[in-house]
Design a protein around this ligand. Structure first.
Ligand SMILES: [Zn+2]
Length: 104
């Protein structure tokens, strides 16, 4: 799945006693038929090994995408409770990192 600063999906790792799996949640009604499904990489990775200059075209595009730990504190706080930008709620390792750093 490609990245967007205003994603239409959320991807999370669900850790079960048997076997972890990936869950994709489509954030309807924003997805139209044949529309590309996107996720926010900043919500998925703490510190990306391959950061990139985002050209997603979103009104609130963050520009440089390099992982949650590299966002400003104000940007990190936008992810709390979905944030004003419609960012997905934090899950998994990023949520744990945010809790350990007093962000959530
Ligand atoms: Zn962007």
């Amino acid at each position: 799945m490609n990245h967007s600063c205003e994603p239409n999906c959320q991807l999370e790792v669900v850790d079960t006693a048997e076997q972890p799996y990936l869950r994709v949640t489509v954030r309807a009604p924003r997805v139209q038929p044949s529309e590309l499904l996107t996720i926010d990489y900043n919500a998925m990775e703490i510190d990306m090994t391959c950061p990139f200059d985002c050209q997603c075209g979103a009104v609130r595009c963050r520009g440089w995408v390099s992982g949650f730990s590299n966002l400003s504190r104000a940007e990190q706080e936008e992810y709390i409770d979905g944030g004003a930008t419609g960012s997905p709620p934090l899950t998994g390792a990023v949520k744990t990192w945010a809790e350990e750093h007093g962000i959530v």
